[in-house]
Design a protein around this ligand. Structure first.
Ligand code: ADP
Ligand code: MG
Length: 742
């Protein structure tokens, strides 16, 4: 049999992958050439408050700290001094350029570099970096999505340093750039980016939480911060394979590809020993992260073959969000050095697990009282008072998720995540909360009212509220299927997609919980007027909230069909696809919530709706075009070659009067080719309908249903053909190769 030349590149790639060895890199060393400890070089590439303290005059430093603590913009009168200190630090480290680093609504980060050099009055080149360059910059940003927020005549928004996030240096092979974490706003102050909303939501949440604490007699809280620890899942695929897959390159996921005989059913990959080449990659990536002050903490294999995870120590949500963006970028860059492509897509391969980004979220008190400083409000404490505080905050979260489940779903909606949510292996599109056995029992008892009238001591005794701290250690009690799970002293929002920025989902969680807190505060104020003791008032509020939020609690298997039906009975929204989910962004309830709290104006919300709808449509159009071109230029030609070879053999066999055993395969291939061709044609017909559709929303709907369905059918025939066509004719690396060889 002649070698199908189509497979040559694929076979070369396999050979190349088999010769790879782990890449060595030179870890940071001290002046004597000795390897440094991580704690010795951690954060060398950031200019944080600690370093500022050394370099700045005391009064400037004090002012800067209060700016950061109040979440405000930097004052003009200290900007020059701060900028000078930053410049000296950066120049000493060999930095030549600076940029405002911001997060437009593309899910990625953006930067435009400027050199420090300028001409002085005598025409000599000098390095200059002024206060105004630090505080503000005007990128020519008219091409960033704004969802209609900027009309073309005022297309230029501006970026402004967010002083709560330290500036950092990004190294490339030949130089260094100073990055200034910034927000991106229009001249009217509209948020054009992902970060502004997050900062606003953190401020609102802090205000509400402090109000609740004050009601409970805790007046020394300075503020309450949302904390975030982001578990990042990803796939690693060898670049030799990756570059032969137009679908991975163009869309981040495989649009075709037959199932290998072995997937993840043996569960031998999960927490298995990390392959040495991968470990070499992880180690180098972590060094890069440490230099940037990202506290990468855990690393392990995930469930699917070639799937991995990294997670940092949690930080304040705005910093954690920046750090997650940095992490994704570092993973990409370092992977390339190791001849890997990192896939952050939510569902790169069908039939095995997709990737998520688990958002571990909690509330931490910054208090003037040393005892209480750093208290986690979702940590059930030792005293009845702390336990009651915990229960109130818990109820605020439940209220938030119960009322705004649809909005939270909208916050994680994307073309990629649609393949994950609702597929039988990831959190479903229905937002419910898992609390665990013990906490559930306590809430059930409280709802029945046991002990409430006798006050907290009785409740503590009778209900086992005193057992609450055990919840913390209750790690065995996990439900991996829940999209929003309480895990001891924090919630874990697991439905967020692996490629998404955490800014928007966390903004919405903050908003929902702020709303829950408002409602708790209002009820508590009312009950405090009539109840016998404050404790009784608190217990009554908790009990009422338990009743109200019962429907959002679910402990069972979130993947089951029964839950889908049960959720429908409970009236919980099940928004399967992005277009339905995004509609929640502009619902009456969401508008009232977000504009009421001052997090997004109605115009900002509508623009977010448009930006996301547009992005969804673009992503799907790219997928359709990629699939068509793969079918036309790779799959069909391979099938024709094989078909031609078989037909030739059959003809030859007949001519000399011998048997023609190829006939059966030939007719099978023939049939599959015609079926594929007719499905391929149906995509063209559908796309004419999409082209004719009026408006992006209409397009989005068509793409999410009919076109997505047609793409699945095309894929099914491609995958069947992959299983029939001789291996040496097949041009694209197969699942078994991409997932098991590298
Ligand atoms: P898991 O068992 O889910 O892997 P871990 O203890 O490893 O739990 O934590 C996962 C993530 O949750 C880590 O990033 C961790 O820093 C973060 N985390 C822990 N406590 C908090 C908290 N109070 N607030 C936010 N994130 C937290
Ligand atoms: Mg976890």
């Amino acid at each position: 049999m002649s070698l199908g030349i189509g497979a040559k590149a694929r076979f070369d790639a396999i050979r190349e992958v088999n010769t790879r060895t782990p890449r060595k890199f030179d870890p940071p060393r001290d002046e004597q050439g000795k390897r440094m400890r991580v704690s010795d070089f951690f954060g060398v590439n950031i200019f944080d408050l600690q370093k500022m303290k050394e370099k700045l005059p005391k009064e400037v430093y004090t002012k800067l700290v209060s700016t950061v603590e109040a979440g405000k913009k930097l004052d003009k009168d200290i900007a020059n001094t701060v900028a000078h200190a930053i410049k000296e630090w950066a120049l000493a480290r060999g930095v030549t350029h600076f940029c405002h680093w911001f997060q437009p609504q593309t899910g990625a980060t953006a930067e435009k570099h400027d050199a420090f050099i300028t001409f002085d009055d005598y025409g000599r080149t000098i390095e200059k970096f002024s206060g105004s360059q630090l505080i503000q910059s005007e990128p020519d940003a008219s091409s960033f999505p704004s969802g209609g927020m900027r009309t073309t005549f005022e297309a230029r928004g501006y970026t402004a340093w967010d002083p709560s996030s330290p500036v950092f240096i990004v190294e490339n092979a030949n130089g260094k750039t100073l990055c200034i974490p910034s927000v991106f706003i229009s001249y009217h102050g509209d948020a054009l980016d992902e970060k502004s909303g997050l900062l606003r939501s953190m401020e609102v949440l802090s205000r509400k939480a402090c109000e609740l604490l004050a009601l409970l007699g805790e007046n020394d809280a300075k503020h309450v911060v949302a904390t975030l620890g982001v578990e990042q899942e990803y796939f690693l695929i060898d670049r030799a394979f990756y570059s032969l897959r137009p679908d991975l390159v163009m869309t981040g996921r495989s649009l075709i590809g037959g199932q290998p005989p072995k997937g993840q059913q043996l569960e031998d990959h999960y927490f298995g020993s990390i392959p040495s080449r991968v470990l070499a990659f992880m180690t180098e990536a972590e060094y890069e992260l440490y230099k940037l002050g990202v506290p990468a903490k855990t690393r392990h294999n995930e469930v699917a073959p070639s799937q991995f995870e990294t997670a940092p120590i949690f930080e304040e949500a705005n910093i954690a969000t920046d750090h997650n963006q940095v992490t994704m970028e570092v993973l990409r860059k370092v992977a390339a050095r190791h001849n890997y492509a990192v896939l952050l897509h939510e569902k790169p391969f069908s039939g095995i697990n997709g990737s998520g980004k688990h958002n571990n979220w909690s509330l931490m008190v910054a208090s003037r009282d040393k005892e209480k400083d750093g208290d986690n409000l979702l940590d059930p404490g030792k005293t009845p008072h702390q336990n009651l505080r915990f229960l109130l905050v818990l109820m605020a979260v439940l209220k938030g998720v119960h009322r705004h489940g649809g909005l939270l779903r909208a916050g994680i909606a994307s073309a990629g995540n649609d393949h994950r949510l609702g597929a039988n292996e990831a959190p479903p599109a229905i937002l419910s909360v898992f609390l665990g056995d013990l906490l559930n029992r306590i809430l059930d008892e409280l709802e029945r009212g046991t002990g409430i009238q006798q006050g907290p001591e009785a409740a503590v005794l009778e209900l086992g509220v005193s057992k609450l701290p055990e919840v913390m250690r209750d790690n065995a009690d996990r439900n991996r299927t829940s999209p929003f799970a309480f895990t001891g002293n924090k919630f874990e929002f697991r439905a967020v997609g692996s490629s998404a920025s955490t800014a928007f989902p966390v903004t919405l969680v903050n908003a929902a919980v702020a709303d829950g807190l408002s409602s708790i505060i209002e009820e508590l104020k009312a009950r405090l007027k009539t109840a016998k003791t404050p404790e009784v008032a608190i217990l009554e509020v908790i009990r009422e909230a338990i009743r109200e939020t019962r429907d959002v609690r679910f402990e069972g298997n979130n993947y089951s069909d029964d839950w889908r039906k049960e959720a429908e009975r409970r009236g919980l929204p099940n928004l399967r696809k992005t277009p339905e989910a995004l509609a929640e962004l502009i619902s009456e309830r969401s508008r009232t919530l977000l504009s009421g709290l001052g997090i997004f104006t109605e115009a900002e919300l509508v623009s977010r709706f448009h930006v996301r709808t547009e992005r969804y449509v673009k992503n799907l159009l790219i997928e359709v075009d990629t699939l068509k071109s793969m079918v036309d230029t790779q799959v069909l030609p391979a099938c024709f070659s094989y078909h031609g070879m078989l037909a030739g053999a059959v003809g030859a066999g007949k001519a000399i009067g011998v048997g023609t055993p190829q006939l059966e395969t030939l007719s099978r291939v023939s049939e599959l080719i015609s079926s594929l061709q007719s499905r391929r044609a149906s995509i063209d017909a559908l796309m004419r309908k999409v082209d004719a559709a009026s408006g992006e929303e209409e397009k989005a709907k068509l793409l999410s249903r009919e076109v997505a369905q047609a793409m699945e059918e095309v894929r099914a025939y491609c995958d069947e053909l992959e299983a029939v066509v001789a291996d040496d004719y097949w041009p694209m690396p197969k699942y078994r190769e991409m997932l098991f060889l590298a």
